[in-house]
Design a protein around this ligand. Structure first.
Ligand code: HEM
Ligand code: HEM
Length: 187
């Protein structure tokens, strides 16, 4: 159980993991906070910022998925129960689906919303809306979808971080260390 795998993730995989993780957590908090604010030009700026970071996440996540399909992940330590292995794999697949699916749902949302607001990434790059009909029904459905997917990834993050900490403090294996270079496995 306390075995350390020598195999690790590529540097690219580690950098993408942390860049995307930080930005997703920022988007979850920022997405909620921006909704509480009174309608002001500042609120408008926050929405544009949220959309901008969302598109950055979308791009990085697609790159990350391609990278992942080209590079095998290190094998899990021995001694994990079959259900744990299944849960780990399902969480990772769910994450890939959500880090791509959530920004896509946002893009679809702004494309069907009845107030047509142009999306400009960091006030520089104009993003076209998807060719979809704008109706209030679609707007409601896509807003709810975006919100539910956000809640779903928040749950996955809690499970994922819990599992990572359990590997480190309870199993004392090298799983956390392979996403955190230089971290020494707990003796
Ligand atoms: C990539 C990750 C993203 C995450 C994690 C995320 C998360 C969230 C969250 C948690 C909310 C608050 C939802 C609520 O409480 O109702 C929200 C709202 C919103 N998001 Fe995102 N979002 C992302 C990307 C995007 C993108 C790419 C766009 C658009 C291009 C977008 C557009 C919006 C809009 C317009 C709202 C406000 C919805 C409303 O007025 O009801 N988001 N987002
Ligand atoms: C929004 C936040 C996060 C997302 C979306 C995320 C996503 C992922 C994904 C998709 C993988 C699988 C990598 C692959 O096989 O391609 C992974 C692995 C991993 N993550 Fe995260 N992660 C997040 C936050 C965190 C945090 C905060 C920690 C540390 C406490 C963490 C620790 C790990 C570890 C240790 C692995 C390696 C698991 C293994 O080797 O099987 N992650 N993460």
């Amino acid at each position: 159980m306390g075995q350390t795998t020598s195999q690790s993730y590529t540097r690219t995989a580690v950098i993408l993991h942390w860049l995307i993780a930080i930005m997703i957590i920022g988007q979850l908090m920022g997405g909620k906070i921006m909704m509480w604010i009174e309608p002001t030009p500042f609120k408008f700026e926050l929405f544009q910022l949220h959309k901008s970071f969302g598109f950055i996440i979308l791009g990085l996540s697609i790159l990350r998925l391609i990278w992942r399909l080209m590079h095998e992940a290190p094998s899990l330590p021995e001694g994990m129960k079959p259900w744990e292995i299944k849960a780990a794999k399902a969480t990772h697949v769910g994450f890939y689906a959500l880090i791509i699916g959530i920004p896509l749902s946002g893009w679809i949302m702004v494309s069907v919303s009845t107030p047509k607001i142009t999306t400009k990434i960091f006030k520089a790059v104009k993003v076209p809306d998807l060719p979809l009909p704008r109706t209030e029904t679609l707007e409601t459905i896509t807003k709810t979808t975006h919100e539910i997917l956000g809640a779903l990834i928040a749950v996955l993050i809690i499970v994922h971080v819990g599992a990572a900490l359990k590997h480190y403090f309870v199993n004392k294996d090298g799983v956390l260390a392979r996403m955190i270079p230089h971290l020494k496995p707990k003796a």
